[in-house]
Ligand binder design. Structure first.
Ligand SMILES: *[C@@H]1O[C@H](CO)[C@@H](O)[C@H](O)[C@H]1NC(C)=O
Ligand SMILES: *[C@@H]1O[C@H](CO)[C@@H](O)[C@H](O)[C@H]1NC(C)=O
Ligand SMILES: *[C@@H]1O[C@H](CO)[C@@H](O)[C@H](O)[C@H]1NC(C)=O
Ligand SMILES: *[C@@H]1O[C@H](CO)[C@@H](O)[C@H](O)[C@H]1NC(C)=O
Ligand SMILES: *[C@@H]1O[C@H](CO)[C@@H](O)[C@H](O)[C@H]1NC(C)=O
Ligand SMILES: *[C@@H]1O[C@H](CO)[C@@H](O)[C@H](O)[C@H]1NC(C)=O
Ligand SMILES: *[C@@H]1O[C@H](CO)[C@@H](O)[C@H](O)[C@H]1NC(C)=O
Ligand SMILES: *[C@@H]1O[C@H](CO)[C@@H](O)[C@H](O)[C@H]1NC(C)=O
Ligand SMILES: *[C@@H]1O[C@H](CO)[C@@H](O)[C@H](O)[C@H]1NC(C)=O
Ligand SMILES: *[C@@H]1O[C@H](CO)[C@@H](O)[C@H](O)[C@H]1NC(C)=O
Ligand SMILES: *[C@@H]1O[C@H](CO)[C@@H](O)[C@H](O)[C@H]1NC(C)=O
Length: 831
């Protein structure tokens, strides 16, 4: 009797409700036929494949209509998915057919049942419950939490694949050869890995673990990581060749892009197919042909690439080179090694014309690099911010594109000629005038004793008056000894130490991604240099020569604040006491207040973080990098992704991600995070055991609620004398500043008064609004996870009607309003 009960128990356990017995079949024709997971989170069923055609069906494991796995073949409505008595799972074209479209190849391996687990894993198991085959072991283009990738498992989508190399590097490949993304572990960790395994944590962090690593290493963070709620986060290789983290709240039916490996979509090799040229219209990457010598292969899908109207072998002796300004052909390993030459721009064209080569790129960045492409696949990128010039071999005559500016055409050549004529005439006239004036000058002053010293005096006057000095590139090159001593690398370019002619030590910033005319650049420089405050770094001068744009700042002896806040315990000598830190917090607040409220042309900083707070020899805080956000070309997509919108992860106000207007209140948010870091000595976005696997800033508020202030305050401060009243004020102010709703955050002027104790501080509410879900902003519906729409979701949307109103700022109730499109507007005005 007992034995019978035991057997019954065993039987019910083995074939629990979720188990799918051998012989079961799913019918594509029946929309209600599916195999769900026990708590209905996932299900295996036939669904339409929107990327192919509405009639095409796939057998897929889905979550809220999001496919996380699919069988390796497509089918139509007469298909069935059957778990055969042999233990093989087969996708069959019809219920009577015996030749499968796809199979799991598990016949006679002891499979006794199947089940879809709550994790989303569909498992074929043997009678002792061990997995013989599972979808987690055979991923398609997606992994979900608890699933992992090792060196033997690849995600693939079309020609693209994502692999983890045996050394732990993550690589994205095109056609299994071209590596267009290769990202490794921190190089300071030189341990050789033995079995690297990658997975995505439920909270949205990609980690790499290995037996030789003491703990898993975090490789990437989704922008909503550690936010709570019933959210599925997954890693997907999209068919546009980008690897992204998505979030989807259960039941919402929407997915949001939270991270992308390649921030500039046009840098994905082959995105526009062979001979296709990738560029951006206002927000989206678009694909075009180099010239009218080409046709789109598929007029309905420009991503398929272009073909020549006349093939090269059909016009022997009549080949010519089509010139593409501001364009380059992507060159990655392993092609790179065989394609690099050091020649000038015209040999770069000529060598390709006469050689076994179909296209070439001359980098034109002073390096003298030329890539000669002989493979029969080339992938192009056009942007006004690219200095390179490229050439494509075509049959003459060259037929430029009519409207776009990709190809330089005959009309521009005529224009160039006219322009040259005008320039020559004007120069000749000016020269004549200058000679005349010089003669007069010399005649008037030849007896004056001051004559010799005049120019030097004039230079001195310029330094002292506060007007920005204009330097030549050569001068700065010399001052920095050829840009040798790098002080740091900010979001806008590297900073070098330099000694000016008058022995002043300066910090020289070499701007990158600036695509503005001379005139606009000078206007911005004038605005920046007219902004003087004790707590702002002073601009001494600038250089604008050809493509070179440099800014010269006063040198700050003690570097940036992050060096003092986040040092390890061994370097505690570099730590500052509370009095200094409080003054730094206050000084920073005063500097920002001046930018926001007190100067003539108000400035929203857009990138407040400890790296941008510099300390002079007396440890007084000076804010740097203000006014630069306006200089950066919004079309430079390196600065436009979720992860690197300018600011740094952790300091960006939620409105950056939600495409809401950026106002001075966005700076207040960033300042609040910095203030919390000054008090705690911890990065606000840190996640650790100690913080209960929550973001430090969220955890800190919980501790504050519990009255556990000590837990928040930096332990290194607790050894010395600290003014608890100031600490308390700083903590409360920081929570006010990081309120989710911009209108809840105080203006900077008030922040100063609260810190000073002039204004009474109310108890701050929880920084995160109770209404979870409204945070992330842009959503795309699950059914439209196509390449373009998902990419667009990560791009800030520019409203064109408001672009006109500002080249910077206009007052509004909730603060000063800066428009992201302002600098692009300036450009188009001058075109
Ligand atoms: C489905 O495809 C099979 C061939 O794979 C074909 O014979 C059948 O007619 C198709 N059924 C429908 C409904 O289109
Ligand atoms: C379903 O199960 C998974 C795994 O146990 C769990 O994470 C998830 O929260 C569950 N969902 C529901 C709606 O119960
Ligand atoms: C089930 O598979 C596991 C692992 O492969 C194996 O150890 C076990 O013996 C198998 N059980 C049966 C009944 O075949
Ligand atoms: C990967 O595959 C190779 C060859 O099949 C095998 O030797 C190796 O153990 C596998 N590695 C892992 C981590 O599964
Ligand atoms: C991909 O590579 C294979 C050989 O590895 C080659 O035959 C094929 O033409 C390549 N595809 C494209 C689109 O170049
Ligand atoms: C791994 O990635 C790093 C960049 O993160 C790169 O410098 C290194 O060359 C890569 N290693 C290999 C073997 O590709
Ligand atoms: C590399 O690791 C070192 C020490 O673990 C750390 O200080 C540094 O910030 C890391 N760099 C990056 C880019 O993660
Ligand atoms: C790096 O590798 C070298 C040589 O293999 C070794 O001597 C050194 O200790 C390693 N450093 C670290 C931080 O593991
Ligand atoms: C899933 O898709 C079906 C049909 O396309 C639709 O009716 C349903 O509402 C979708 N479910 C969710 C959660 O989006
Ligand atoms: C940019 O291209 C996308 C996709 O081709 C299109 O939907 C959008 O309307 C274009 N935008 C502009 C401003 O041309
Ligand atoms: C493009 O689309 C149109 C209408 O959707 C269709 O008639 C045409 O055949 C398609 N062309 C190609 C080359 O697929």
């Amino acid at each position: 009797m007992k034995l019978f009960f035991f057997l019954l128990l065993l039987l019910t356990a083995a074939t629990s409700a979720a188990d799918i017995p051998l012989g079961s079949t799913l019918y594509a024709a029946d929309p209600n036929s599916n195999w769900p997971s026990p708590n209905n989170t996932f299900s295996l069923s036939f669904i339409a494949d929107p990327t192919v055609s509405p009639e095409t069906l796939i057998a897929a494991v889905t979550y809220n209509n999001i496919t996380i796995w699919q069988a390796g073949a497509t089918a139509n409505s007469s298909a069935v998915l059957r778990l055969l008595h042999s233990g093989d799972l087969q996708l069959l074209p019809s219920s009577t057919s015996t030749t499968p479209l796809w199979s799991s190849a598990t016949a006679n391996l002891g499979v006794s049942a199947a089940s879809l687990e709550d994790s989303g894993n569909f498992v074929l198991k043997n009678s002792s419950g061990a997995a013989v085959w599972s979808t987690f072991d055979h991923p398609t283009d997606t992994i979900v939490p608890t699933q992992n990738l090792n060196v033997n498992r690849t995600l693939s989508s079309g020609l693209y694949s994502f692999k983890i190399q045996s050394n732990g590097n993550l690589t994205l490949l095109w056609n299994n050869t071209i590596i267009y993304y290769n990202s490794g572990l921190n190089s300071t960790m030189n341990s050789t890995l033995t079995n690297p395994v990658l997975d995505i944590q439920p909270i949205g962090i990609i980690t790499l673990s290995d037996p030789t690593l003491s703990s898993p290493q975090n490789l990437a963070y989704s922008s909503d990581y550690a936010e709570e709620g019933n959210i599925l986060r997954f890693l997907k290789l999209d068919n546009d060749g980008n690897l992204r983290i998505y979030s989807s709240a259960r039941g919402s039916g929407t997915v949001n892009v939270r991270w992308a490996a390649v921030s500039d979509q046009c840098q994905v090799y082959g995105y526009c197919g062979n001979m296709g040229i990738c560029s951006y219209n206002d927000t989206y990457p678009i694909c075009e042909c180099p010239s009218q010598n080409f046709d789109l292969i598929d007029p309905n899908d420009s991503r398929k690439g272009c073909k020549r109207k006349v093939e090269l072998q059909d016009c022997p002796g009549r080949e010519t080179m089509l010139e593409l300004d501001h364009s380059r052909f992507l060159t990655f390993q392993p092609e790179l090694a065989s394609q690099v030459f050091f020649v000038g721009i015209s040999p770069c064209r000529l060598n390709c014309l006469i050689g076994n080569c179909i296209a070439s790129t001359s980098l034109a960045d002073g390096s003298g690099l030329c890539y000669l492409k002989s493979s029969n696949f080339v992938s192009g990128y056009h942007s006004p911010a690219i200095p390179s010039t490229s050439f494509v071999k075509v049959c003459s005559p060259v037929m430029p594109n009519p409207s776009t500016a990709i190809a330089s055409n005959g009309r521009t050549n005529r224009w160039k000629l006219t322009a040259w004529l005008v320039v020559v005439v004007v120069l000749a006239t000016l020269l004549g005038l200058a000679v005349l004036e010089g003669g007069l000058w010399w005649w008037c002053f030849r007896n004056s004793p001051k004559f010799g010293g005049l120019s030097a005096q004039y230079a001195l006057l310029e330094y002292a008056s506060g007007a920005p000095v204009q330097f030549s590139y050569k001068e700065l090159h010399k001052a920095t000894k050829g840009f040798k001593e790098k002080l740091g690398a900010g979001g806008f370019g590297a900073v070098y130490r330099g000694v000016l002619a008058n022995r002043t030590i300066a910090a020289v910033k070499q701007l990158e991604g600036i695509d503005q005319g001379e005139k606009q650049f000078r206007m911005e420089v004038a605005t920046i240099s007219s902004t003087h405050h004790l707590n702002l770094v002073r601009l001494i001068g600038f250089c604008s020569e050809g493509r070179h744009r440099l800014l010269v700042y006063e040198f700050m002896k003690n570097g940036s604040l992050d060096n003092f806040l986040f040092t390890s315990h061994e370097q505690s000598g570099k730590h500052l006491n509370w009095e200094y830190q409080f003054n730094i917090a206050l000084g920073t607040a005063r500097g920002i207040t001046y930018l926001h409220e007190e100067c003539r042309d108000c400035i929203v900083h857009c990138d407040i973080k400890p790296e941008n707070i510099l300390l002079d020899e007396n440890y007084h805080a000076k804010v740097s990098d203000f006014g630069l956000a306006k200089l950066v070309n919004p079309k430079d997509h390196r600065y436009r992704t979720l992860t690197s919108v300018r600011g740094t992860r952790g300091y960006l106000a939620p409105e950056w991600l939600a495409n809401l207007p950026i106002t001075s209140k966005s700076d207040v948010y960033s300042y609040g995070m910095v203030l919390l870091e000054i008090v705690s000595g911890k990065r606000n976005f840190e996640v650790s055991e100690e913080t209960n696997h929550k973001k430090f800033s969220l955890w800190a508020y919980e501790e504050f609620e519990k009255g556990n202030i000590e837990a928040i305050v930096d332990r290194r401060l607790q050894n010395s004398e600290i003014n608890m009243e100031q600490v308390m004020r700083a903590i409360q102010v920081s929570f006010w500043c990081i309120q989710e709703q911009p209108s809840q955050r105080p203006m900077m002027g008030k922040v100063v008064q609260m810190l000073e104790g002039i204004l009474v501080i109310d108890r701050p509410p929880a920084p995160k609004a109770a209404t979870e879900g409204s945070v992330g902003g842009t959503s795309v519906t699950a059914s439209s996870i196509s390449a373009l729409s998902t990419f667009a979701a990560s791009m800030p949307v520019v409203s064109s009607s408001s672009s006109l109103q500002t080249a910077g700022i206009s007052s509004s109730a909730s603060g000063k309003h800066v428009d992201r499109a302002s600098s692009s507007l300036l450009q188009s005005e001058t075109k």
